[in-house]
Design a protein around this ligand. Structure first.
Ligand code: SF4
Ligand code: SF4
Length: 160
């Protein structure tokens, strides 16, 4: 009988201890809420929302005002990607009497991308980077397959 009573109170003690442990983080944020508000009121703040620097939303290929990019079509990013998200279709054109490899299509399957970022450092010319757009919801899955080099774009001068 005494053993059962001791066990009963021990269980209550363990339950309360476990509850307080779980509530410790919650309590911290209640106490520091004014200084460290981290919840964003999305989509109400859509116009002013800026993602933090480290956020990885998608792979993008920046182009300059002359519609030039830095992608040589070397395929290093395609090889670095662990799940076949990138497909490089290249072509060979004659420049100064020599055959040179150029990018035809940089195909990016956003629906397969895990945002691991391995393709970014693999690129020898810094032609791609992680963009911060996160609104990728579509009704047609095929819209998630993108061509990153813009129509009519070409390799930036001086990039080899
Ligand atoms: S971020 Fe990762 S998964 Fe996405 S394309 Fe680059 S290497 Fe592939
Ligand atoms: S993005 Fe970079 S690594 Fe990928 S094909 Fe173009 S130049 Fe090569």
């Amino acid at each position: 009988m005494i053993k059962a009573i001791i066990q009963y109170f021990s269980d209550i003690f363990q339950g309360v201890k476990s509850l307080l442990t779980g509530m410790r983080v919650t309590g911290y944020y209640i106490a520091h809420a004014r200084k460290e508000i981290i919840t964003q009121q999305y989509p109400e703040n859509k116009d002013t929302l800026t993602m933090f620097d480290r956020f990885r939303g998608e792979v993008i290929m920046p182009h300059n005002d002359d519609n030039e990019h830095k992608c040589t079509g070397c395929s290093a990013c395609e090889i670095a990607c662990p799940n076949g998200t990138i497909e490089i279709i290249s072509d060979r054109v004659e420049v100064d009497g020599k055959k040179k490899k150029v990018i035809d299509k940089f195909i990016y399957h956003l629906q397969m991308c895990t945002m691991c970022g391995l393709c970014i450092p693999a690129c020898p010319t810094d032609a791609i980077k992680m963009g911060q757009d996160f609104e990728h919801a579509v009704f047609d899955r095929s819209k998630l397959t993108k061509i990153l080099n813009k129509p009519g774009s070409k390799l930036m001068k001086g990039v080899e």
